[in-house]
Design a binder for this molecule. Structure first.
Ligand SMILES: [Zn+2]
Ligand SMILES: [Zn+2]
Length: 496
């Protein structure tokens, strides 16, 4: 779409009178876009609900251009440039390689620039206005009510208090909680506090699975609040809620929306690697707002900020059940890759697997690459025919995880796809090729975190098999020992 500016007002193409049509230009071509003062207006509440705290493309707004234009003329919404001074105003991309040029039917220009970085959310190009709400804000009309009678552990209690304080005072906080500490419950009091004081809050996670799992839990905890859940393919796109759960990419659509943003698994792909997603978090927050980062394995950058005191941090070094984290064993497996390619299992790995089968203990065995894992599968199946393997592109992935949970699979070979989130009570875990460069410290700690999750089965064996011990392996073990030490020091560990 193109515009004409007349009396400092944008006129969208369909409303431009005949005599001014030759002045039609792409929004990118105007130096200055003035804001229109707010005027008395009978605005549309559904449009307000959709647009408030967002920056959307025309295609994302199911209202007529006429309606939008009237709101604009009364100062209730604004048209902003989608791309400005080489930056995508939706995702923050500034890398010239991540823009393309196309011949554009909307602005009739030969080289209309568009952003390739956030194109999966619909194309932002030079001539695309981003539409934001500038009308009256919305009050949360519903009184929040926290329906949760669970008990917090000592570690959770302390973290919960700090989350409340951070939300009250618009601060940043890193919650560094070991796998199995119960970080969701730590948020309840803070969310309640935010809702009570009329704040709008969002929980973002890089993984859709997490959003699916958290939504019913939060909806149960806050039964009077319509919790909105946004992910690729979500049907709640247009609904407003004071409590929104979303995958990190969905943040691109928001602008100055939230009084508190909670980012879960802040270290997990792609957030940790993707600068534009960090931009999206900053863009989605209000100027005065809190940012709460949750992780079991902070990146070295976050750890540094935490050590220096620039990022206030609260640690939960102990699991909810109070038992110490199982410490990984390190075991030499020789040239395991060569052995497997010759159709044999390294002795130490075969012994470990047979022991699990004899004791009827289920196990996950992690591999650094799909190829080696697939090569190893038939060799493992000689030990037991029901042994299976799973990887990211496996169409049977969900079914296999389910059968593993039911106890139908004795040993499941897996790539790092199961490093997070999957909990099977009483499993033992092995990492084959823990020395592979693909396994970072965080991954090894997360994998170790699969063991001993349930209070009635708090122990378990975790073994790193290698062909040459690496610093990364040593660091992962050190990380886990350190957490146990801190837990003991606080007096939060159950002594066995
Ligand atoms: Zn973009
Ligand atoms: Zn264009």
């Amino acid at each position: 779409m193109r515009f004409v500016i007349k009396n400092e007002r944008l006129i969208p193409e369909p409303f431009v009178p005949e005599e001014n049509r030759q002045q039609l230009k792409s929004i990118a071509r105007f130096d200055h876009l003035s804001t229109i003062p707010l005027k008395q207006f009978n605005y549309s509440p559904p449009l307000q609900e959709l647009l408030i705290g967002k920056a959307l493309l025309l295609d994302e707004i199911p209202f007529t251009l006429q309606t939008l234009y009237e709101h604009y003329l009364h100062g209730h919404l604004s048209f902003q440039k989608g791309i400005q001074e080489g930056s995508c105003m939706r995702c923050g991309n500034r890398d010239p390689h991540l823009f393309g040029d196309m011949s554009c039917s909307r602005c009739h220009e030969e080289k209309c620039r568009y952003c390739r970085c956030c194109i999966m959310m619909g194309r932002v190009s030079s001539c695309t206005p981003l539409i934001t709400w500038t009308g009256p804000t919305r009050d949360n009309q519903i009184a929040p009510f926290l329906q949760w009678n669970g008990q917090l552990s000592e570690g959770q209690k302390e973290a919960s208090k700090q989350v409340v304080t951070a939300i009250q005072n618009h601060q940043k906080l890193l919650v560094w909680a070991v796998c199995g500490a119960g970080k969701t419950e730590v948020l309840f009091a803070g969310i309640h506090e935010a809702l009570q004081t009329g704040k709008r809050i969002c929980i973002a996670s890089p993984r859709t699975d997490v959003i699916h799992e958290l939504t019913p839990r939060l909806q149960n905890a806050f039964p009077h609040i319509p919790v909105v859940s946004l992910f690729g393919g979500s049907e709640q796109k247009n609904e407003y809620s004071p409590l929104t759960l979303l995958t990190t990419h969905q943040l691109y659509r928001f602008q100055a929306a939230f009084d508190a943003v909670i980012v879960d698994e802040v270290d997990a792909f792609p957030y940790a690697y993707d600068k534009t997603l960090q931009f999206a978090v900053e863009k989605a927050r209000k100027k005065q707002s809190s940012l709460i980062l949750l992780t079991a394995t902070p990146s070295s950058k976050l750890k540094k900020q935490s050590r220096k005191g620039t990022l206030p941090t609260v640690k939960i070094p102990v699991r909810y059940h109070g038992h110490p984290l199982p410490v990984p064993n390190i075991a030499w497996a020789g040239n395991w890759q060569k052995k497997i390619s010759k159709g044999k299992l390294p002795h130490s790995i075969a012994v470990w697997s047979k022991e699990r089968l004899q004791q009827q203990k289920q196990a996950f065995i992690f591999f650094p690459h799909i190829e080696t894992m697939q090569m190893a599968l038939p060799i493992f199946q000689q030990l037991h025919p029901d042994i299976q393997s799973v990887h990211a592109e496996d169409p049977e992935r969900k079914v296999k995880v389910k059968s593993m949970r039911r106890g139908d699979i004795p040993i499941l070979l897996t790539t790092t796809i199961l490093e997070r989130g999957v909990t099977v009570p009483g499993v033992d875990v092995a990492v084959v090729g823990a020395d592979d460069l693909g396994f970072k410290e965080a991954a090894l700690v997360q994998i170790s975190g699969r063991v001993g999750r349930r209070s009635d089965l708090p122990q378990g064996n975790i073994t790193f098999f290698h062909h040459g011990k690496t610093m990364t392996m040593v660091k992962a073990v050190g990380h886990i020992r350190q957490m146990n030490k801190e837990g003991a020091k606080r007096g939060w560990l159950i002594h066995e």
